[in-house]
Design a protein around this ligand. Structure first.
Ligand code: NCD
Length: 296
């Protein structure tokens, strides 16, 4: 099966993947995909998603082919779709990241092999959402009924769009905090609400006191038409340690990373900061995903 959007997953699929990741994490389950090949095709920069997919594949006894756009025949003018058709003959599963919304869905139509979306523009990032749900469950013991604040560039961040959907599926209460003009698309929120009855509050003023989980993301400067506008918002929207003085002691602070300057690095040492642990959760989670998509 393909995994292009969180919409492709039913609650029971997510529960199965989270349970499998948890068993892998605790050393109670091995994934043996011996002989299969993962191809990673990343047309946008990546540290965590690409490396953790590759590491997860290696830990599942797979082999890895990394496609590098810069040194490929794309440079001779070959199309994206011809590239996908070609690479799909060399691998058993493809993890693709691309700056254009919808392009990974398009790629999946060109191959019978499972395709996993590693992020398509400002649209979706389903495996990050699975990591986020896993990390929330691991630190807080549950998702249902938690107060989760999403703070940052909610207009352009695919992590936030995907996550809001996942949180609604599992019955969390969501608060959205973004700089003015960077609010999440209303139509998308309406879709989520229609499907799952999303309990959501929105605002432009940071307010973190009653949150069980604070999930922060950076201003997605590369998706702004005007880079100066991105810079000016970046400077205004930064969480300092003092902003969290009234936050709950057991609040979990998550971030998909990379962080730039939207969160003060002094926060890294707070016991509530769980984002590096969250990044490491990418390994068991992506092992579970590879196992899931290759067995269906
Ligand atoms: C995110 C992404 O690429 O969308 N990173 C990630 O995959 N962990 C977040 C971001 O770039 O801001």
């Amino acid at each position: 099966m393909d995994l292009i959007s969180v919409r492709d997953l039913e609650t029971k699929d997510i529960e199965a993947i989270l349970e499998s990741a948890s068993q892998i994490d605790r050393g109670e389950k091995d994934v043996d995909l011996n002989g299969r090949i993962l191809a990673t095709l990343f047309f946008e920069p990546s540290t965590r998603t690409k490396l953790s997919f590759q590491s997860a594949a290696m830990r599942s006894k797979m082999k890895v082919l990394d496609f590098s756009p810069e040194s490929s025949s794309l440079k001779k003018g070959e199309s994206f779709m011809d590239t996908i058709k070609t690479v799909s003959g060399y691998a058993d599963v493809l993890a693709i990241r691309h700056p254009k919304e919808g392009s990974v869905r398009l790629a999946s139509a060109a191959t019978e092999k499972p395709v996993v979306n590693g992020g398509d523009g400002g649209n979706q990032h389903p495996t990050q959402t699975l990591i986020d749900l896993y990390s929330i469950k691991k630190t807080k013991g549950r998702i249902k009924g938690l107060d989760v604040t999403l703070s940052g560039d909610l207009k352009h961040a695919r992590t936030m769009r995907s996550l809001v959907y996942g949180l609604a599926m599992f019955g969390a209460n969501v608060r959205l905090v973004s700089p003015r003009g960077l609010e999440m698309d209303k139509k998308y929120l309406e879709e989520v609400n229609r499907k799952f009855g999303l309990d959501v509050r929105s605002g432009n003023t940071p307010e973190y006191t009653d949150a069980d989980v604070l999930y922060v993301c950076r201003i997605q400067a590369e998706r702004f038409a005007d880079p100066y506008e991105a810079q000016s918002v970046q400077q205004k929207f930064m969480i300092k340690k003092s902003d969290l003085k009234d936050a709950r002691e057991d609040m979990a602070i998550l971030h998909p990373l990379p962080k730039v300057n939207e969160i003060d690095s002094a926060i890294d040492d707070m016991p509530q900061a769980k984002y590096f642990e969250q990044a490491h959760n990418g390994i068991p989670l992506r092992m579970a995903v590879l196992d899931h998509v290759l067995s269906r």
